[in-house]
Structures are given as structure tokens and as C-alpha cells.
Design a protein around this ligand. Structure first.
Ligand code: SAM
Length: 224
């Protein structure tokens, strides 16, 4: 039956793809990829030879109706992003919404995403958490930080290594330097590391270091 599949792909370690993800990528009529060059390396590794089409933040509005028509016409489409789960700080939401509107079945496979291992590794409460993804860079950043100062759930942020220290300093300013946090870098990769401590300890650890790789920041909620 024709469907939209959202297929999570590894965030570093290629062993993290599921058997079902490989099968769905093999069986789909078309794979929609955020970056076809990137995904072709993954497909080659798993010996999958499949027609690919581009689907990224710059063309998703333009291509969405054509994709909906293709699936309605009987084809199955698998959406992948560069890494992790599509629609999690990556394109996907718009396509899912439009497919649901058109009565198309949507199925997201469980699989790799960066924020779950970062949250669990942090040792901070994982019973209630809020995923904030990337904070706005300029407009709305201060308002958001002020709102988050009252958040009691554990908070999850995606951040670039170049902005890490600046962001930690702003967190310390708004949440207090003693607030507990955890930084997971290069999850599932050779240089994976998690640093835990207060915001001030983490600032001290990362300041004056060249920070490389991909980063998730976990911050404890406010203790009432
Ligand atoms: N869709 C992805 C997911 O499911 O996690 C997220 C894509 S978002 C464009 C990329 C961000 O995810 C990175 O800047 C980083 O914050 C986080 N990320 C992705 N892979 C990571 C890894 N291996 N280690 C730590 N963080 C990672």
C-alpha cells in the first residue's frame, strides 16, 4: 500500500540503522533525501540502489504537493534527513501534515535521534523533558531564555560547537551558574564524550578549548 515512511538514519555510527529501515529504503519507490550526495553514501554502504529526490528546507514548500500526488497515485516514499529522525530539527513536518490532510498513511520508524541518548546520558530527570532544539539566534532569543528560566522540566537544546560557550554563559545568566547541565558531543562517534556539571563548571571546562563536532546540551529544570 502506498505510504509516506519517515526513516531515521545513523547520527554517526552506521551500525545504528535498523533492519526495518534498510528494508523500507529498499522497498520504497522513491527516497526523498535532504542531501542526495550524503544519502547516496549511506545507500551505497547498505547496497541500496534507489531513485532519490531532493527534499530540504529550501524546496519543501515547492515540492510538497507533487509528493502528495505521487503517493496518492500509488507510490511509496521514504523520507530521510542527513542524520537522525526526519522532522526533528530537520525537514519533514510540512510533508507529514500535508499527507495527513490528503488522507495518506504516514509511518515514522523508530530509530536514531541525538536528543534521546544525550538526555539519558545526562543523569538528569528524564520523566519530564522539553525539546527546544536550536534556540533562535537573534530575534526572540532573550524572551525565550526568560521563559525557560521558569521551566521545571529538563530542557534539551541542539547547538553548534562555535556557539556552545556563549550559549552556556547565557544559560548561567538566566538560570543561575549552579544549575546542573550535561553536554554530549559526537554521540555514537569515535570521539564521543559527555561532560556533566554545573553551568559554571562546564563553562570553565570548554572555555579556551577548540570545540569540534556535534553537540546536545541538556539543562536541569528549575527546582521548585
Ligand atoms: N534530525 C536530527 C536528530 O534526530 O537528532 C537532528 C538534526 S539537526 C539539523 C543537527 C543537530 O543535531 C546538531 O547540530 C547537533 O546539535 C545534533 N546532533 C546530531 N548528531 C549528533 C551527534 N552525533 N552528537 C551530538 N549531537 C548531534
Amino acid at each position: 500500500m502506498s505510504k509516506l515512511y519517515l526513516v531515521p538514519t545513523p547520527i554517526g555510527n552506521l551500525e545504528d540503522i535498523t533492519l526495518r529501515a534498510i528494508r523500507i529504503l529498499k522497498e520504497a519507490d522513491i527516497i526523498l533525501a535532504e542531501d542526495t550526495r550524503n544519502t547516496s553514501k549511506l545507500l551505497k554502504h547498505f547496497e541500496i540502489d534507489k531513485k532519490m529526490m531532493s527534499h530540504h528546507q529550501f524546496n519543501e514548500h515547492k515540492v510538497v504537493s507533487g509528493i502528495v500526488e505521487t503517493i496518492s497515485g500509488g507510490k511509496s516514499i521514504a523520507l530521510v534527513s542527513d542524520a537522525g529522525t526526519p522532522a526533528i530539527s530537520d525537514p519533514g513536518f510540512l510533508l507529514v501534515r500535508e499527507c495527513i490532510k490528503a488522507g495518506i498513511e504516514v509511518e515514522c520508524l523508530p530509530g536514531p535521534t541525538a536528543f534521546i541518548p544525550a538526555l539519558v546520558n545526562s543523569g538528569l530527570p528524564s520523566d519530564h523533558f522539553v525539546f527546544e532544539g536550536f534556540l533562535p539566534h537573534k530575534k526572540g532569543r532573550q524572551t525565550k531564555l526568560k521563559q525557560l528560566a521558569e521551566q521545571t522540566y529538563t530542557m534539551i537544546f541542539y547547538e553548534s560547537p562555535f556557539r556552545l560557550v556563549k550559549t552556556l554563559e547565557q544559560f548561567a545568566e538566566h538560570f543561575g551558574p549552579q544549575r546542573k547541565a550535561s553536554i554530549s558531543r559526537e554521540l555514537t562517534k569515535i570521539h564521543e564524550e559527555t561532560q556533566r556539571g554545573s553551568l559554571s563548571e562546564l563553562i570553565l571546562y570548554y572555555k579556551n578549548k577548540t570545540i569540534k563536532g556535534e553537540i546536545v546540551i541538556i539543562v536541569s529544570g528549575e527546582k521548585l
